[in-house]
Design a protein around this ligand. Structure first.
Ligand SMILES: [Zn+2]
Length: 477
């Protein structure tokens, strides 16, 4: 038996969760992410999964991002007690992400109850810190390019996806005995393989080791975030340079909502380059995200994940992830002190889609001031504050209060950690032969519909756009 069920990221970019049923009451889940975005999407995190939690024996993670791991504490709260697999770097990053997520859930519920703006009385957190800590007890690490065997003749193997520290594509294989015969039956058993792209990085990342070519598989589940778009061919450092010039000319405070994992570090890397080349002066720059600070320290531990050498990271004058006017704020008081900061200055803070975290306080304080520039650096999901601002909202609601937008809002497109349409195609083309079917997930319907058309036309493959909770029997192909 081998079916796949699409429990998230099916018509949207968040909530990645797939369930491979390998026996009547057992299977492997791949990724376990939170739905993020507007009220309706977030409400989906409260719906019970359409499978028995006890059927999930193993959970295999592609990478640490919240939309791939943020549901794990909830899964544990619902009774999951299987094994969770990921690369060593993914484990380290995931610890920060799910602890932070639990903390934000608790804070949001508290805040909503105190200010009475929730529709739920009282507002409850999806999970709490204890659930996150308990979840971390189920984790095991697995390096790339080593096969790991699971029950029901299933095995999996990771390869590099070049998306963030530790990120992977994962190929699962099941040896299926024919017609229900045991493995000692006379007929030959056949192997069926499924490749999950995970989130696919760029062909040429800023400093991460680039993604590897996909291994052959019978089925492919591929992301399609930017399936309808081509990234501009501009050096991200140059793109940032133009914006910093504007910041200097206007004595502005540049507010950058940034994903704490890798995006914050890429920004530091590019600012460092501009300062070292003498293109910009030493602008006071603050990384106001404890998680971004922690993740920056992981670069030394995982030098095999990127192209910056251990020696460079150790020497202050050579370290590309540091510069003299850069400060990492730690405490809430340090963060609050930034409220009085005058331009020119830069504040980098999480979360990247402005869905929570310290950036909310900075946006709350500075959006109404015309001397603020807000710079988005990554994908903004539907119904997030980030998407509203990017779409030119004149007023937004933060902490239940209306905030007029006088700030200039800009977007950097070239910092994306996701392949664009061409890069996805180039990756797929490297497969030795076409899969029996390609399932497009992790993209809004508009993006994956266009990508489907392009893949069918250019590669002639059979492409499906699975719906949420759809089950596909992989043995019928
Ligand atoms: Zn991701």
């Amino acid at each position: 038996m081998l079916t796949i069920q699409f429990l998230g990221a099916a018509g949207q970019v968040t909530g990645s969760k797939y369930f491979l049923r390998t026996a009547t009451h057992r299977g492997v889940m791949v990724d376990c992410g939170l739905f993020q975005g507007g009220h309706e999407l977030r409400a989906m995190n409260w719906n019970p999964l359409p499978i028995q939690i006890s059927d999930i024996a193993n959970l295999v993670l592609t990478h640490a991002h919240l939309d791939h791991t943020g549901y794990i504490p909830k899964l544990v709260k619902s009774g999951f007690h299987g094994q969770v697999w990921c690369t060593p770097a993914t484990l380290d990053v995931t610890q920060y992400i799910i602890r932070d997520s639990a903390h934000l859930q608790e804070e949001d519920a508290l805040h909503a109850n105190r200010h009475k703006f929730s529709r739920h009385k009282p507002a409850l957190p999806l999970y709490v810190t204890e659930d996150a800590e308990k979840a971390l007890g189920f984790f095991h690490v697995q390096d790339r390019h080593k096969q790991k065997t699971l029950p029901d003749n299933v095995s999996f193997e990771y390869s590099n996806a070049g998306h963030i520290l530790g990120s992977c594509s994962v190929r699962l294989e099941k040896i299926e005995a024919p017609n229900g015969l045991g493995m000692n039956g006379n007929q030959q058993a056949k192997a069926i393989s499924i490749l999950f792209s995970g989130d696919l990085g760029r062909e040429k990342p800023i400093y991460l080791k680039p993604r590897e070519a996909p291994p052959q598989a019978d089925f492919v589940v591929c992301e399609s975030t930017y399936g309808d778009r081509l990234h501009q061919n501009i050096d991200p450092t140059e793109e940032l340079y133009d914006i910093v010039k504007d910041v200097l000319a206007r004595n502005a405070v540049l507010l950058i909502p940034a994903f704490a994992v890798d995006r914050a570090q890429e920004l530091i890397f590019c600012l460092n380059t501009l300062m070292r080349e003498g293109k910009i002066p030493a602008i006071p720059t603050f990384v106001d995200s404890p998680m971004a600070t922690e993740v920056t320290s992981l670069y030394e531990k995982y030098t095999q994940e990127h192209t910056i050498s251990a020696e460079e990271l150790k020497e202050p004058d050579k370290n590309p992830l540091s510069f003299p006017s850069l400060k990492f704020t730690q405490t809430v008081d340090d963060s609050k002190r930034l409220n009085d900061l005058k331009g020119p200055a830069i504040i980098i803070s999480a979360s990247g889609m402005a869905t929570g975290g310290r950036i909310m306080h900075h946006l709350f304080n500075r959006l109404s001031k015309p001397e603020t520039i807000v710079l988005f650096t990554g994908y903004q999901a539907e119904e997030t504050l980030g998407r509203d601002l990017m779409n030119g909202a004149k007023t937004v609601t933060i902490f239940g209060e209306k905030v007029p937008v006088a700030a200039k809002v800009m977007t950097l497109t070239n910092f994306s950690a996701h392949s664009d349409q061409r890069e996805i195609l180039d990756w797929l083309k490297q497969m030795p032969k076409p899969p029996k079917r390609l399932f497009l997930t992790h993209g809004e319907d508009s993006a994956r519909t266009i990508l489907k058309g392009v893949i069918e036309k250019e590669l002639g493959w059979s492409v499906a756009m699975p719906k949420l909770n759809e089950v596909v029997d992989l043995l019928t192909f």
